[in-house]
Every structure is written in structure tokens, then in C-alpha cells.
Design a protein around this ligand. Structure first.
Ligand code: HEC
Length: 141
């Protein structure tokens, strides 16, 4: 009996080590679908009240994008004011787990590969003319 207990606790210990050292995999909360990474409880408490976490699980954004989403929701959607520290921790979570990543957007298509734009405004045509003459420079994206 004692031996079994020893083996049991050794296995538990091994599992804990595997879970913490083994990989970057983070457990997912079954109820909300949120990754249980640092700060996830704050996100659950503040962000999964009015809509489900699906509202943002698929979204990616920089810290500033997320900040603006929060501001927008506070102004238009009834999100309550957040303590500065809480907001920062929520942003840390969103930035770390829903950041832009490498494949956020493709690079813009170079202008010389774009078709002629029949709807180009007079202002744009004028700017393109000036650019050709070297009077102004295109701002690189
Ligand atoms: C008081 C209610 C409320 C809370 C709390 C709330 N939201 Fe929202 N949120 C809304 C509403 C309302 C919308 C708009 C839904 C719609 O009609 O698309 C929305 C929309 C969104 C969107 C979609 C914005 C877009 O570009 O379409 C995201 C992302 C989002 N919320 C994330 C969050 C996060 C992150 C939190 C936690 C900081 C949060 N929400 C907390 C009410 C709330």
C-alpha cells in the first residue's frame, strides 16, 4: 500500500514537471475557451460578461489596438471603467495571447504591380504627377 502511494506521488510529480517544463502549451479554460495564461482571470472577469470570449479569441491586435477596443467599448458599449493596473494586465494578456503575430497582414502590394485606379481622385493624380517630376516623394508604408 505504501509503495503504491509512493509510486502515485512520483507520477503526480512527474506530470507536474512535464506540464511546467515540458512545453509552451497553456491549458485552456473549458468554460470560456480562454488560455489560462497570466492575467486570464482578470480577462474572464471583465471581458466575458456581455459577450463570450469568442468575440476576441479569433482577433489579433497590437497593444494599442486592444487599448482602443477597450476605449471604444467604454464609450459605446457600456464597458465599465477599469483600474489602470487592471487595464494594463488585461492588455498584457491580450498582447501576449492575441498579439499580431508574424502573419498578421500581408505586406502591401507594391504600387507598380497595382492596376490603374479608374477612381483615383484629382488630388491623387496631381500627387502622382508631382511624384513623377520628382517634386514630392512618396511616403514609404
Ligand atoms: C459592458 C459590456 C461589455 C464588456 C464588459 C466587454 N465588452 Fe466587448 N463588446 C461589447 C459590445 C456591446 C460590443 C459590440 C458587439 C457588436 O455589436 O458587435 C463589444 C465588442 C467587442 C469586440 C469586437 C470589436 C469589433 O471590432 O467588432 C471585441 C474584440 C471585444 N468586445 C472585446 C472585449 C474585451 C477584450 C473586453 C474586456 C476588456 C470586453 N470586450 C468587455 C460589450 C462589452
Amino acid at each position: 500500500m505504501k509503495m503504491k502511494a509512493v509510486i502515485f506521488w512520483m507520477m503526480v510529480g512527474w506530470l507536474v514537471v512535464v506540464a511546467t517544463v515540458g512545453g509552451q502549451e497553456v491549458a485552456v479554460d473549458e468554460l470560456t475557451g480562454l488560455k489560462m495564461a497570466p492575467g486570464w482571470e482578470l480577462v474572464r472577469n471583465n471581458c466575458v460578461t456581455c459577450h463570450s470570449a469568442k468575440q476576441f479569441l479569433q482577433q489579433k491586435g497590437t497593444r494599442e489596438t486592444w487599448r482602443s477596443v477597450i476605449k471604444w467599448m467604454q464609450g459605446r458599449a457600456g464597458l465599465w471603467p477599469l483600474e489602470a493596473k487592471v487595464e494594463e494586465e488585461i492588455l498584457n494578456y491580450l498582447e501576449a495571447n492575441h498579439g499580431p503575430g508574424k502573419e498578421f497582414r500581408r505586406a502591401p502590394i507594391p504600387a507598380n504591380l497595382m492596376p490603374v485606379n479608374p477612381y483615383a481622385s484629382a488630388a491623387r493624380k496631381e500627387a502622382e504627377e508631382k511624384e513623377k517630376k520628382g517634386e514630392i516623394q512618396r511616403v514609404k508604408p
